[in-house]
Design a protein around this ligand. Structure first.
Ligand code: S3P
Length: 452
């Protein structure tokens, strides 16, 4: 069902290698790229996007917006041109929308369609078809959308939008930027004010970008930290010129690799440091990691810097569960760092990891244990006793099963670099969902270190 599922699996053994040196530039932020395509597709006129992540997930969003009437094209120079249709003017797609592996495409597009008088069928790969959609079906149904889903609120599902939709005030029962964004996007074509109450802050790209596109959006902060976000519907979005900053979630693999591999001194350029995304770097610093921000600047309304990362011995810590939403996609790679740290790292409050592209607690516990790490899996987190800098034993005879999860594949690739015998991954193809250049950049940084 995804672009790659027809091909054979592509296993690879990641071997211990020289230090990582030089400079790498990670691709554009996945969350911002999805939103850039969606919002420019709703703005009447021509928008231009540079730095767009050309990963399979974002390409699924682009294909869906085309199927609903927008013109979305890549130019020869790598810039993307989008001619939007206007809020309220999405067309009924002629075929099922294939969301591949992408939860973000699915949940945000469900929001957009929920307040348009059209119907869409959503399908996805084996991983996506196991993920819970009830969390968006519930608020979108309150707004009037009609959803017929597979048992348990899963894909495939059919969504019929409401016209007009009903504005709601919705308190998020889970800390999820996808659910928040689905409701706000539905609110764009809903008369009156749609409000999301967010007790725990999650990534705020939707809010920043909606404002940038000219929507009336207001955020109130309550004394206990709750955010009350209101968007006025029947909005008119203005076309934009967007520069997408580099993805901190992709940078994370190179940051941890450089911290762990002896002799490394690597600069990762153009990393987005929005505080709702960047908690991993603070946690790694608390563990003793040398991560220096160079040339802090603003790119497309987001804070950005280059990160200079030097090999550092790490100490285990107790990770504050309060920071989890600001590094929710970075736990697999943090677990690898913890496996190499001195002493114990304890994580908790991570139930959400069980419903990502895979059950990331179970899958990482199994993968790390199979590679020689000491890991205990708990209901809502992992407890890891690190090696104190000693290399991991490495894989036995069986390759690591990545379960169609790009972040498991990349995390265990990094673990392979600090193993004695290397670690084999069963399939590297899922990496292309978020970071198609990962292997080339990793091989390049290691080659630079070897020749230095
Ligand atoms: C995303 C939000 C997060 C994250 C996902 C992208 C987004 O999911 O895991 O990779 O772009 O809004 P939740 O908000 O469901 O935690």
């Amino acid at each position: 069902m995804t672009a790659h599922s027809a091909d054979a699996m592509r296993p690879r053994r990641f071997l211990p290698n020289g230090p990582l040196r030089g400079r790498v530039r990670v691709p554009g932020d996945k969350s911002i790229s999805h939103r850039a395509i969606m919002l420019t597709s709703l703005a009447v006129g021509e928008s231009r996007i540079s730095g767009l992540l050309e990963g399979e997930d974002v390409l699924a969003t682009a294909a869906a917006m085309r199927a609903m009437g927008a013109q979305v094209e890549r130019t020869g120079s790598g810039e993307w041109l989008v001619h939007g249709v206007g809020v309220g003017a999405l067309l009924q797609p002629g075929q099922a929308l294939d969301m591949g592996n992408s939860g973000t495409s699915t949940r945000l597009l469900m929001g957009l369609i929920a307040s348009h008088p059209i119907q869409a069928t959503f399908v996805g790969d084996g991983s996506l078809s196991r993920r819970p959609m009830g969390r968006v079906i519930e608020p979108l149904s309150l707004m009037g959308a009609d959803v017929t889903a597979t048992v348990g609120g899963r894909l495939p599902l059919i969504l019929r939008g409401a016209s007009p939709a009903v504005p709601i005030r919705y308190r998020l029962p889970v800390a999820s930027a996808q659910v928040k964004s689905a409701v706000l996007l539905a609110g764009l074509n809903t008369p009156g004010e749609t409000t999301v109450v967010e007790p725990v802050p999650t990534r705020d790209h939707s809010e920043r970008m909606l404002r940038g596109f000219g929507a009336e959006l207001n955020v109130e902060l309550e004394p206990d930290g709750t955010r009350v976000i209101t968007v006025r519907g029947e909005a008119e979005l203005r076309p934009q010129v967007i520069e997408v900053p580099g993805d901190p979630s992709s940078a994370a693999f190179f940051v941890v690799a450089a911290l762990l591999v002896e002799g490394s001194d690597l600069t990762i350029e153009n990393v987005g440091l929005n505080p709702t995304r960047a908690a991993l770097f603070d946690v790694l610093r608390q563990m003793g990691g040398s991560i220096e921000e160079v040339a802090r600047r603003d790119v497309g309304g987001e804070p950005v810097a280059d990160l200079r990362v030097r090999h550092s011995p790490l100490r285990g810590i107790e990770v504050d569960p309060g920071v989890a939403p600001s590094m929710i996609d970075e736990f697999p790679i943090l677990f690898v760092a913890a496996a190499m740290a001195e002493g114990r790292t304890t994580t908790s409050g991570l139930d959400e990891l069980r419903v990502k592209e895979s059950d990331r607690l179970a899958v990482m516990a199994t993968a790390l244990a199979a590679s020689g790490a000491r890991v205990e899996e708990r209901e809502d987190g992992l407890v890891i006793d690190g090696t104190g800098g000693e290399r991991l034993r490495g894989g036995a005879n069986h390759p690591i099963t990545t379960h169609l999860d790009h972040r498991i594949a990349m995390s265990m690739a990094v673990a392979g670099l600090v193993s004695r015998s290397g670690i084999e991954i069963d399939d590297t193809r899922p990496i292309a969902t978020s970071f198609p250049t990962f292997e080339a950049l990793l091989d390049g940084a290691a080659a630079e270190g070897t020749s230095a």
